[in-house]
Write a protein of this length. Structure first.
Length: 555
């Protein structure tokens, strides 16, 4: 718990009596008897508790064992975590250890504190974020994943929870007797693993990401009960930026994403050419800041939630969801980004999650220690992954179809790669074959030097594919949004007169507006966009001015 030890004052700040008086208007005082629960992990907390008199004990909730104390808080301190911003389930247990008087501030009041009391709000926000970091470090509040550490499905679930900044524990039944006992009881077949033991006691067998999210109440169940000003499909940098600026303007905003916040940028090991971060920043913390910031202004997050169709004949516009639900909004911003492109290699899908990866996070990197790995791709994502993985792997092979990296990679990354002794770049080279064990794990790869036809075969267990992506626009096909020949969304002057007529437009679309009234596109999904994090964030900010015009009836 390094964070808890080194940043305790920031994690547990104290309010002065004068500051508590200023907070009175945001909540109401309540009294609790000793040993009364304030909230329990897995259930919705009433909000933030500002302690006036008495002591509260915060306990680690372990679904496989007894409660374990984390910290005690007293007068002037507060009980809350980042989930309280949006009314999500608590990740720990809290109970009054003594007679207790507290000011209880509900989620909407907490958001008001952050806006109306900036000096207090800054300390609260910093503490909320750091408390989530601590919970992730100690692995408390989320599910316990039980199964072989290196199994594909175990890695899949770990990746999903990590990308959503959700804490979890991992137990290997080969090492832990309690885990082995649960496997013997609940996992009769190998395909039942991994088990996911949730805080409420629910045990899932090899769940999908969606099923796990529902069991953890990660997805709110009320997004379809009202109409929003703005619905944003996609929670990458462009979508999150739109959410921050639109919500801060007072619009009601909902953000939907099929997997996690951050998009492809969130999986980046290091972004060094983003303005304001001269030493670079990983994609996860960068996009996590935007995710929290959007919630600070009141944007609702529905993640993971897959949108399957946009119904443009409905007024307000209607978004159909994978589970049959509906979301209604006066305007829609398409920020669905792109899906990872797969090269044409036999048996590729057989090894996805079992040695074939489309991003390089610490989870995958841990498995590559003292091994050779292959990266396919010549863009910045491939370069960043190579620089990151070389700290773990004995050798990183980068396979590039072109004649040099300079055709598609930033100069600073090329220079860094050339300086790394354990990174080898093979140009005009393609991966042509994958083979593995009966258990489905990748064992060997073969690549071919295109000009000479020379093939090389190696014992390699991990291949990272980063060859770009295709636009995620399949859900738009039935709606009539105008797309270019590569299926990217056309906006502004790229929308032809025929597109306008087909979409019923009565005026030339604005720069980020599609062929349909009230529908906009930003980020990588937009035709002609610059595929950079900074550009995506800029478009998210710019589209809000156009949303104003649309909501006021000008377009």
């Amino acid at each position: 718990m390094a964070t808890l030890d080194t940043r305790r004052e920031q994690i547990f700040p104290k309010f002065s009596p004068e500051e508590i008086d200023r907070l009175q208007r945001f909540g109401e005082e309540r009294s609790y008897s000793p040993n009364t629960p304030l909230f329990v992990a897995g259930e919705i907390s009433p909000g933030m508790f500002v302690l006036i008199e008495g002591i509260v004990e915060i306990d680690r909730h372990d679904p496989l064992g007894p409660l374990a104390p984390i910290v005690e808080l007293g007068p002037g301190e507060f009980v809350a975590e980042i989930g309280q911003l949006s009314g999500r389930p608590a990740l720990v247990d809290a109970r009054a250890k003594t007679e207790l008087k507290a000011l209880v501030i509900p989620p909407h009041g907490l958001r008001a504190v952050l806006i109306s009391e900036p000096e207090i709000g800054d300390r609260v926000m910093r503490a909320l974020i750091l408390r989530r970091v601590v919970l992730i470090e100690i692995g408390t509040g989320g599910p316990v994943l039980i199964g072989p550490r290196e199994s594909g499905d175990m890695i899949r679930l770990q990746g999903f929870l990590t990308r959503n900044a959700y804490p979890f524990q991992v137990l290997d039944p080969a090492e832990d007797p309690d885990a082995a006992s649960l496997v013997e009881r609940y996992a009769k077949k190998p395909e039942d693993l991994p088990l996911a033991v949730c805080p409420k006691g629910t045990i899932l067998k090899n769940p999908s990401e969606g099923d796990l999210a529902k069991a953890l109440d990660m997805v709110p169940n009320d997004v379809g009960r009202r109409s929003y000003d703005v619905a944003i499909v996609g929670a990458g940098p462009a979508g999150l930026s739109t959410a921050v600026y639109a919500a801060s303007e007072g619009f009601s905003v909902v953000v939907l994403d099929a997997r996690a916040f951050g998009g492809q940028a969130g999986a980046s090991a290091r972004i060094e050419n983003y303005f304001g971060f001269p030493t670079g920043i990983a994609g996860q913390p960068l996009t996590a800041r935007g995710y929290v910031q959007a919630q600070k202004f009141g944007a609702e997050m529905s993640i993971p939630e897959r949108v399957t169709r946009l119904n443009c004949d409905s007024h307000p516009l209607e978004l159909e969801l994978n589970d049959g639900g509906r979301v209604y909004a006066r305007t829609v911003v398409i920020a669905s980004g792109a899906s990872y492109r797969r090269p044409n290699i036999p048996h590729l899908r057989d090894f996805e999650g079992r040695g074939v990866w489309y991003w390089a996070s610490p989870i995958e990197a841990r498995m590559c220690q003292k091994e050779e790995v292959v990266i396919i791709g010549g863009g910045n994502s491939a370069g960043q992954a190579a620089v990151f993985l070389r700290k773990f792997a004995t050798r990183v092979w980068i396979l590039v179809r072109g004649k040099s990296l300079s055709e598609s990679m930033s100069r600073y990354l090329i220079d860094r790669i050339e300086a790394m002794e354990n990174i080898t770049v093979l140009t005009e080279t393609e991966l042509v074959a994958l083979s593995g064990s009966p258990k489905g794990q990748l064992d060997r790869v073969r690549w071919r030097h295109t000009p000479t036809g020379t093939e090389t075969e190696k014992d390699i267990h991990h291949v990272f594919i980063m060859i770009g992506a295709d636009p995620a626009t399949g859900w738009l096909e039935s709606c009539g949004v105008s797309l270019d020949e590569k299926k990217f969304v056309k906006t502004g002057f790229d929308v032809s007169n025929a597109d306008m007529a087909a979409g019923g437009a009565v005026a030339r679309p604005l720069a980020l507006q599609t062929s349909l009234r009230g529908v906009f596109a930003v980020g990588d999904v937009r035709s002609g966009s610059v595929k950079r994090v900074g550009a995506a964030i800029g478009e998210g900010a710019s589209v809000v001015a156009e949303l104003h015009a649309a909501l006021e009836g000008a377009h």
